[in-house]
Every structure is written in C-alpha cells, then in structure tokens.
Design a protein around this ligand. Structure first.
Ligand code: NDP
Ligand code: 8X3
Length: 264
C-alpha cells in the first residue's frame, strides 16, 4: 500500500506571501486538507482576516499569523522565535512571497525595482530556507516548495531582472536537492505562467487598467490552479520528489525567436 506523506498526520505548513494570490489560495487549500498553516506577509490585517475565516471554518488555531518582510533577517528570526510550540516544527515551507516590478527594457529599468526584486525573490527566499532547513534536517523530515516562474526558463522583453531572480530560484532548488540528498528532505520548484492575481497590479505600480489589460481575453491560470500544483507535489509519497512543475494556461505558448533584420 502506498502511504502519502501528507496523509500520515496533520502537518505544519508555512506559506510566505499568504496575504494575496497563490499564497492565500495555497494556505486555504492546506487548511481545507486539515493541516495547520503559518501565514506570512507584510500586510498583517489581511493575514488576520484570513486567520479569522479559516479558523471559523476549520477549527480554532488552524492558522498562525506571522507578519514579516521576508527581506529582513531580523524580522524572520524574531517571528520564528515567537512561534507557539504546536507551530514550531515546520513540515512544509512554501516560499511564495515575490514580485515583479516594471516591464521596461534593461537600459531604462528602474534600479530600485531591480534591488527590490533581488531582495524579495532571491534574498527573502534563501533567508527563509536557511532559517527553516536546519530543523527539517534534524528531524529528517520536510519539504521546501519554491514558487519560481516560466520567466526563469524563457527570456521575454522586459523580463530582465525579474526572470533572472526566478532562474536563481530554479537553480537554488536543484542545488538544495544536491545538498540534501540522504536527509529525506524534498525540494520542488513550481514554475507558473500567466496567472491572474495582484501580480500585475504590483508590477505596474497600482495601475489597475494596465493590470487588467494583461489578462483581458486570455483565460489565465488562477491562484487555485497553482495551489493545486503545490498540494499535489506535497502529497506525493515520501519516496517521490517532484523536482519541478511548469504550468501555463492553455492560451499561452512560446513565440518564435526574434530577429532584427537589416533594412534596405
Ligand atoms: P500577488 O501580488 O497576488 O502576491 C504576492 C505576495 O507576496 C503577497 O502576499 C505579498 O504580501 C507577498 N510579498 C511581497 N513582498 C513581500 C515581502 N517583502 N515580504 C513578505 N511578503 C511579501 O502575486 P502572486 O500570488 O501572483 O505571486 C506569488 C509568487 O508567484 C511570486 O513569487 C511571483 O513572482 C510568482 N509568480 C506569479 C505569476 C503570475 O503570473 N501571477 C506567475 C509565476 C510566478 P504583502 O504585500 O502583504 O507583503
Ligand atoms: C510571472 C509570469 O510571464 O508574467 O512570473 O513573467 S510572467
């Protein structure tokens, strides 16, 4: 008989970026499955209302709220130190917090945007991982699920620093697997394509019209689709490690390589 690692007992799942989009949908899905969820993000009020909603539906203390900025090592340490005993041993870490800022070509891009993307998507992800991993290794049990992107696999105009941060996530995931061989810790990279969340609103600095245009007529992926992929990877039997899942909406595919033809 096959045992699934998620069905053995109630797990403690930490989801970063749980105040919106993929993170929120993933936290909700794990709670629906009967697991305890630690929800992390900067917007505390959103996390509190998610806790209220999920605790009401699935039982008191399903959710622990962890307001933090993943770019701050101090905040991460403080918050991890404050976890109550029943939430202290993290079984699954979903490194989802992240953002894209701008879509300008590299020579016109805002350097502060590049700094923020690197700080959040790279530094935030490796800080969370480095702080959570030792406990997992000690217990010989755990799963790190990173949210990468197709932008880390394929180049596109304006993808410059954002895509490069997601290429880091891809290679970091693989290198973690190499380091963790023999520890029983599993590591997965989820690589979504176009999905409608607050992602484009953030990318275009709050311009709702521009954000809406990205998805108009596209039938994009939903946050729930990505949550399902995360759950599926987490529910595999312990001897199965899903290295990566790349998913796109049916309405998205690759274009031909671009060629700049000499005129005249
Ligand atoms: P959303 O903007 O809806 O959600 C992003 C989440 O990240 C929010 O909860 C936000 O919370 C959190 N976050 C951002 N910066 C920080 C920070 N410094 N510290 C803590 N939390 C932070 O976007 P998505 O759900 O779409 O994005 C989730 C992940 O998926 C990102 O890594 C993104 O790059 C990736 N992705 C998105 C795709 C898409 O098309 N939507 C496709 C492929 C990958 P708060 O602001 O409260 O801190
Ligand atoms: C988000 C997908 O194509 O907008 O990571 O970069 S894309």
């Amino acid at each position: 008989m096959t045992t699934t690692s998620m069905s053995k007992k109630v797990k403690t799942v930490m989801v970063t970026g749980a105040s919106s989009g993929f993170g929120l949908a993933t936290a909700r899905r794990f709670a629906e499955k009967g697991h305890r969820v630690i929800v992390a993000a900067r917007r505390k009020e959103r996390l509190e209302s998610l806790k209220q909603e999920l605790d009401d539906e699935f039982g008191a203390d399903t959710v622990f709220v962890m307001p933090l900025d993943v770019t701050s090592e101090t905040q991460i340490e403080e918050m991890l130190g404050s976890l109550p005993e029943e939430f202290a041993e993290v079984d699954v870490l979903v490194n989802n917090a992240g953002l894209a800022l701008g879509l300008e070509p590299a020579h016109e891009a805002n350097l502060d945007d590049w700094h923020r993307m690197v700080d959040t998507n790279i530094k935030g992800l490796y800080l969370m991982t480095r702080k959570i991993l030792p406990g997992m290794v000690e217990r010989r049990h755990g799963h790190i699920i990173n949210i990468g992107s197709i932008a880390g696999n394929y180049a596109y105009p304006g993808g410059n620093a954002y895509g490069a941060t997601k290429a880091f996530v891809k290679q970091f995931t693989r290198n973690l697997r190499a380091d963790l061989l023999g520890t029983q810790i599993r590591v997965t990279n989820i690589e979504p394509g176009l999905a409608e969340t607050e992602f484009s609103l953030v990318r275009f600095n709050g311009d709702q019209g521009k954000a809406d245009d990205v998805y108009k007529g596209t039938d994009p992926l939903t946050a729930g689709d990505i949550a399902e992929a995360v759950i599926w990877a987490a529910e595999q039997p312990q001897h199965v490690n899903i290295n990566s899942i790349e998913l796109m909406p049916t309405s998205q595919a690759w274009a031909a390589l671009a060629i700049d033809k000499i005129q005249g």
